[in-house]
Design a protein around this ligand. Structure first.
Ligand code: SF4
Ligand code: SF4
Length: 387
């Protein structure tokens, strides 16, 4: 049966417009009254990758989070806002507080019926349909809630090409447990298989996407904001990501999560998309990351070729490189690296290339934008260029 992905225009982060668009997107799925009841606890999970200004489009915009939270409290729900940030951020109450403040979420704790999560405990859930992972550690407040509402952001991603609804669920995995998955699944294909298993293991999640602004280029941390002007919603994260990728011009065959979902028959018919649809993007499709973008040889790097390159020879694929002059020696990259390939040398961080598995977690972790992506042996393949 075709899945439904509602798509509503939202031209800015002005509160009244965001509230109206979120409301309309959920009404197109049957309305909040069809899936919430008074006294339910709802865990609202934005993308809080790092503590950075919302204008950079790294994180879910605080007005979208507030609109969802107010809508739910209006139905008598108790709302807990939380995430396990990525990017080398320690999963502690103190660092969560810092992230909430920097991401513009802190004032939401003043909304009656809303609390900001500071519970860092976790629990284990089974993954009976998992093909590569049979159990996951998940942050406890999300598991104990009656409903999870994920609010993702459409962005390009150095490892997985694109991050949206499915990838946002990785923030339910606590702290540095994430690094273990990067170490265990260093290539995009394996990592995406794990993400699909995770998506099937977590309790039902309502997915909202803040696609007012997304990110292109070297996302998810250091790309450029791009205007899209939409709020999306769906109960199906694969269908939502498919619709979002089409809207921003990212080819489906470059997104392993979507290919794997098709292989596993989790994506069959084309989704129904009620609402305002999409206008063609001004300035063309989203710019792909340097790790993915075909150029130079004009060759089409398909998902399979990329996976092959990642498995067969690390020298061929782009690698992280520290920009010494920008490094502030914060140590976040050292903390996040799953294979301990980074050390704090005199002056700046230093990467041992022989150990690096090209997971790009360090690039994602660096709030100072001091980690660049250097080209592999075939620089033409990844030269910065629009398709
Ligand atoms: S490269 Fe420097 S500034 Fe960036 S995360 Fe590492 S230590 Fe911090
Ligand atoms: S140095 Fe290599 S292995 Fe370590 S976090 Fe960066 S990309 Fe991943």
């Amino acid at each position: 049966m075709a899945k439904t992905v509602s798509c509503v225009a939202c031209s800015s982060y002005e509160m009244s417009e965001v509230k109206r668009s979120v409301r309309q997107a959920l009404d197109l799925l049957g309305g909040p009254g069809s899936f919430v009841r008074p006294d339910m606890t709802v865990f609202v999970k934005p993308n809080l990758l790092a503590g950075v200004d919302p204008a950079r489009s790294v994180t879910t915009h605080p007005e979208v989070v507030a609109a969802v939270a107010r809508l739910l409290t209006g139905y008598g729900c108790r709302v807990v806002i939380g995430d396990s940030p990525g990017a080398g951020t320690r999963y502690t109450p103190a660092s969560l507080k810092r992230i909430y403040r920097r991401c513009g979420i802190a004032p939401h704790g003043e909304i009656p019926g809303v609390i900001l999560n500071d519970d860092i405990s976790h629990t284990t859930i089974p993954s009976p349909d998992g093909q590569v992972v049979k159990r996951f550690l998940i942050i406890r407040p999300a598991v104990e809630a009656d409903l999870i509402v994920s609010i993702s952001k459409p962005k390009t991603h150095l490892l997985t090409t694109y991050t949206g609804a499915v990838k946002n669920l990785f923030g339910l995995v606590p702290g540095h447990e994430k690094s273990l998955f990067h170490s265990r699944f260093p290539d995009a294909e394996g990592f995406s298989r794990m993400l699909v298993d995770l998506t099937l293991a977590v309790p039902p999640v309502l997915h909202v996407m803040d696609a007012v602004w997304g990110m292109e280029g070297n996302g998810p941390m250091s790309g450029e904001p791009r205007y899209v002007g939409r709020i999306l919603a769906s109960w199906d994260p694969f269908a939502l990501d498919l619709v979002a990728c089409r809207a921003i011009g990212i080819p489906e065959d470059l997104v392993p999560v979507l290919s794997i979902a098709r292989d596993r028959r989790l994506l069959t018919d084309d989704p129904l998309v009620p609402g305002d649809g999409f206008d063609p993007l001004e300035n063309g499709p989203f710019l792909l990351p340097d790790t993915i973008r075909p150029a130079g040889l004009r060759m089409k790097i398909t998902r399979k070729l990329l996976a092959h390159l990642q498995k067969s020879g690390r020298v061929f694929i782009p690698r992280p490189a520290v920009v010494s002059s920008a490094c502030i020696r914060c140590g976040a990259c050292v903390e996040i690296c799953p294979v301990e390939a980074i050390s704090l040398a005199d002056g700046s961080a230093a990467i041992d290339r022989s150990l690096c598995i090209r997971c790009y977690c360090c690039h994602e972790s660096c709030e100072a934008a001091a980690i660049a992506i250097a080209r592999g042996l075939f620089p033409g393949i990844t030269r910065r260029q629009r398709q």
